[in-house]
Design a protein around this ligand. Structure first.
Ligand code: NAD
Length: 291
């Protein structure tokens, strides 16, 4: 339909995603809590709402790209509380807590609002090109509705289960991502101390069995050049690892590897400045080695 689509959360990821929707001819109405972010969006020609209530009243579908489940819950409450609401589908593309998403969907159903979770992987680079991987949770009919928007944002769209399943898969994916990054950093630092250049080490690993997204992309693009500008913060990844470990505990699993990664990530991140990129996690590791 020609009805507007709402988009809330115009951060590192949300902003390029909105551009893709607008470039596809969608009538997008956006909102962000930050005034400077709203001003930048308006000067780029986007339609900026006065608040989330206006989005609830003018948009059938609302997409969220927000930092945490706490913020998602509070924003969704304002959407459902709007007496003149038009919204009937909320797509939460944030990396949220799966159990919280299940409860959120139940509350929203009481307002006649369906919830689909469709968190993303691929980072800012792939958000810009619409080449994200989307892991989708929800009832088939709701997921079908979400398909009016999702193919504009992602090139791999995988329906992984009921509502909340997308968020579970996302947290577990990022647990692996953090594990690979810490393990690859340790191995690179060991190689370096032994006298092997990091780039030489990665040449071997990337055509061998030790390769991963960290060895193939993160170290070459952001860690070794020292740019640390992937656009994904160390604190957001810490949140994701926490979600994954809590999920494993809730499933009554022993998870020693995940727990070690969570503890190590938290400790190293506490030594970075607020807002630091996740690829900068190698810096305190280097400090400890006097490198
Ligand atoms: P970000 O911090 O850059 O952006 C979040 C935006 O939400 C900010 O502009 C902030 O002002 C806004 N916001 C906060 N509270 C709000 C509220 N109450 N109402 C309206 N707006 C509010 O974060 P990001 O990197 O864009 O990540 C967004 C989500 O996507 C997170 O859940 C993150 O874990 C996930 N994610 C990020 C990446 C990445 O590479 N950056 C990749 C995949 C998934």
């Amino acid at each position: 339909s020609d009805a507007a689509v709402g988009f809330i959360g115009l951060g590192n990821m949300g902003r390029p995603m909105v551009t893709l929707l607008a470039n596809a001819g969608m009538n997008v109405v956006v909102f962000d809590a930050s005034e400077s972010v709203r001003q930048a969006a308006a000067s780029d020609g986007l339609t900026v709402a006065t608040g989330t209530a206006e989005i609830a009243a003018t948009c059938e579908t609302v997409i969220l790209m927000l930092p945490s489940s706490d913020i998602v819950d509070s924003v969704v409450k304002t959407l459902c509380d709007e007496p003149g609401r038009l919204v009937s589908l909320i797509i939460d593309m944030s990396s949220s807590i799966p159990d919280r998403t299940v409860s959120l969907a139940k509350r929203c159903a009481g307002f006649g609002v369906a919830v689909v979770d469709a968190p993303v992987s691929g980072g800012v680079a792939r958000a810009k090109t619409g080449d994200l991987t989307l892991m989708v949770g929800g009832a088939a009919a709701d997921v079908e509705r979400a398909h009016a928007f999702l193919p504009l944002l992602g090139s791999r769209i995988i329906h992984v289960g009921e509502v909340g399943a997308g968020h579970a898969v996302k947290a577990l994916n990022n647990l692996l991502s953090a594990t690979h990054l810490l393990a690859t950093n340790e191995a690179v630092l060991a190689a370096r101390k032994f006298g092997v250049q990091p780039s030489v080490f990665l040449d071997v690993v990337n055509t061998s069995s030790g390769r991963s997204g960290s060895s193939e992309l993160k170290l070459p693009n952001y860690v070794l050049p020292g740019t640390f500008n992937s656009g994904f913060s160390a604190s957001l990844l810490e949140k994701d690892v926490r979600i994954a470990v809590d999920l494993e505990h809730a499933l009554e699993m022993e998870a020693p590897i995940s727990e070690a990664v969570a503890a190590r990530w938290k400790d190293l991140n506490s030594r970075l400045e607020a807002g630091a990129d996740h690829t900068a996690i190698i810096r305190p590791m280097e400090q400890d080695l006097g490198l």
